[in-house]
Design a protein. Structure first.
Ligand code: ZN
Length: 651
């Protein structure tokens, strides 16, 4: 036993001993060995870096995926008197400056940021002047394309580590398959000997898979929820299902609320608070719910629809029973929902023409080797949804086509809170001239004015940075109210190369990615139909070889392995209906200048979304989603067979 470490633990954190795995990780780090820690959620991963940060000479930089998680950890660090701060969008200009000064002066032990912060060139400039002892990557599985929650920006972290000369790395995650584990470690050159993994298996979770026909699910759910004690989460796939099922539960006397990404922020926050404060028993949620929900006494998690993958499943059931008390994890399963889950994958796969639209934009619209991009706008122009578009941009960076420079706000809107003339009269000399030019470059509509920075720069020689900090300063002083909008990312175009070849490469990348997603779904179905202990197999899937072979409480151990079936056979709508629907879509498209392609018509019939379908208000066209119960490829085949019947070819 290392008594020094133990004393230090007592002194700074008030714990008398380390939890499983913690000391092992900390010893590796203080010996200068980068490490990967795989601990289940709620078992003290964060202490590994918090403790180590105190032993290191310089600052520890923590990359965290979620603002709420950062704020929780900062609150804790403040409680135990460790100087820590974050740089995030909620800080005022003044607070931000303070954090940067503290970091420069060596007054901070821990600095937390989101991975997106690195996109900002000004931040990169700042951080490159700071001595950093350790980089910590929370939710590190996001770096692996084999993982379930791949975040393209994470792929750039090893590069940043090198550029910033950070000697030590700690990766933290709760879930990783063997493949993901080694992938993560190798990207940061972590010796496999320095992977510390505690058991994945949790003996207080009772896993049940109940084969249930689609039409019986809602009744079954009521029965099941009534049998449970305490609070729980019901997971569904679609936003409208969350609403429907929450209403259904409420009607049956169960205190339930819906939660999904389509709700406004305040509503979601209110729902989360009610759940934390035990004011609501059941939250019916899409996967949007969970990260950052730290409630220890969740007694049950029910999957009303199939999860997206085994990784998602394990993460979602992992929210139950953090207090160690027995908790139920029930999945209502049939194969009907499979089509929906699979079709979602196709919904996020860009077409070749869309990829070409992006590379063409880069080619046509870059000036002096710089290319500016607003995600919203580009998403609409190229018909690629935002998440895959972000993946695409990172791919282009990794392929050395682009290099991120900085980001800025395109729109500056402001209004005066004091008399304009009184304000101007406070300034003299050059500063006064500068401010008068700002006013001259602003077009006021009644109260609010929009500043045209380009116009300002044409009339008066000044840095963009100066304008931005002046506006920030006035806003801080309260003399103006400032609204900034439309974040614009600026990239340097390194080398586009052969554009056609590039487009094809990108297309292959996305096709390969969707194949992987589809096979992940197949693996999950095989898991639910297993005839050996579910808890044991789940632990093995996450490379925990020490779980008991029979948990004695899962549905298989209790003699009820599930056989999943399709409970409803869906007839195809009549060809006439499909033809009419697609022709209407084509007409709408023509009217508004969008050329409808075959994949887009497929999206439309499958009830999927795409930026152009949103623009065309496709949901309102009759026939939207009429093939939603059919597989994407079958819809494609159907359209191909009807190709001569359409107003124009679906190129
Ligand atoms: Zn079992």
């Amino acid at each position: 036993m290392n008594t020094y470490l133990q004393q230090s633990l007592q002194q700074h954190f008030g714990f008398s001993q380390f939890r499983t795995g913690q000391q092992q990780v900390i010893e590796k780090l203080v010996n200068g060995q980068s490490s990967l820690a795989i601990f289940p959620t709620g078992s003290g991963k964060s202490l590994c870096y918090q403790f180590t940060a105190l032993q290191l000479p310089h600052i520890t930089l923590v990359i965290s995926p979620l603002l709420a998680l950062m704020k929780d950890q900062l609150a804790y660090l403040e409680k135990v008197n460790i100087k820590a701060a974050s740089i995030d969008s909620t800080l005022t200009h003044e607070q931000m400056k303070q954090v940067m000064t503290d970091a420069r002066n060596g007054d901070l032990k821990i600095l937390m940021i989101s991975v997106e912060r690195f996109k900002n060139e000004r931040f990169r400039q700042f951080i490159s002047q700071i001595k950093i002892s350790m980089m910590v990557v929370d939710e590190a599985h996001c770096i692996s394309e084999w993982g379930h929650n791949f975040r393209p920006d994470y792929l750039k972290l090893p590069q940043y580590r090198e550029q910033l000369n950070i000697p030590l790395v700690l990766l933290l995650t709760a879930t990783a398959t063997r493949k993901v584990k080694f992938d993560m470690a190798s990207r940061f050159a972590i010796d496999p000997q320095n992977i510390v993994q505690t058991g994945f298996y949790r003996d207080n979770l009772k896993l049940q898979v109940l084969a249930t026909a689609e039409q019986d699910k809602s009744l079954r759910l009521i029965e099941l929820v009534r049998q449970q004690e305490g609070a729980g989460i019901v997971y569904v796939t679609l936003q409208q299902t969350a609403e429907k099922i929450a209403a259904h539960l409420s009607k049956n006397g169960i205190n339930a609320l819906a939660y999904h990404a389509g709700m406004v922020d305040e509503q979601r926050q209110a729902c989360q608070n009610s759940f934390m404060d035990n004011k609501v028993d059941v939250v019916v949620a899409t996967i949007a719910f969970g990260m950052g929900v730290d409630k220890s006494n969740i007694r049950f998690v029910i999957h009303y629809d199939l999860p997206k993958s085994i990784e998602n499943y394990s993460q979602e059931i992992g929210r139950a029973g953090r207090d160690g008390q027995p908790s139920n994890c029930i999945t209502l399963a049939n194969l009907d929902g499979l089509t929906t889950v699979e079709n979602f994958v196709y919904g996020d796969t860009p077409e070749l023409t869309s990829l070409a639209a992006v590379t063409d934009d880069i080619k046509q619209n870059s000036t002096n080797g710089l290319w500016e991009c607003q995600i919203n706008q580009l998403s609409t122009a190229s018909n690629i949804r935002q998440l895959p578009l972000k993946t695409l941009l990172v791919q282009l960076e990794l392929m050395d086509v682009l290099s991120a420079k900085y980001a800025y706000y395109a729109d500056f809107k402001y209004k005066f809170n004091v008399d304009q003339q009184v304000f101007i009269d406070k300034f003299e000399g050059e500063r006064r001239i500068f401010i008068e030019h700002i006013l001259n470059a602003t077009s006021f509509k009644k109260i609010w004015g929009t500043l045209d920075i380009n116009l300002l720069q044409t009339n008066y020689q000044c840095d963009r940075a100066r304008v931005v900090s002046a506006m920030d300063y006035f806003a801080e002083q309260g003399v103006i109210s400032l609204e900034t909008k439309k974040i614009t990312d600026v990239y340097q175009v390194v080398n586009l190369g052969d554009v056609e070849q590039l487009n094809q490469q990108l297309f292959d990348y996305f096709s390969h990615k969707s194949k992987k997603e589809i096979s992940r779904i197949a693996t999950m179905i095989r898991f639910f139909e297993l005839d050996s202990c579910l808890s044991y197999q789940l632990a093995r899937y996450f490379d925990d070889m020490n779980a008991p072979e029979h948990c004695g409480q899962c549905s298989v151990c209790l003699g009820q392995p599930a056989k999943l079936a399709i409970s409803q056979i869906f007839e195809w709508p009549q060809d006439e209906l499909i033809i009419t629907a697609v022709n209407q879509l084509i007409q709408q498209g023509d009217a508004k200048g969008y050329q409808i392609s075959l994949p887009l018509a497929c999206h439309f019939l499958a009830g999927l979304t795409a930026p152009w379908l949103t623009k065309l208000q496709a949901r309102k066209i009759s026939g939207y989603g009429i093939c939603q119960h059919h597989r994407y490829q079958h819809i494609e085949q159907k359209l191909n067979s009807l190709t001569t019947q359409f107003l124009r070819s679906l190129s």
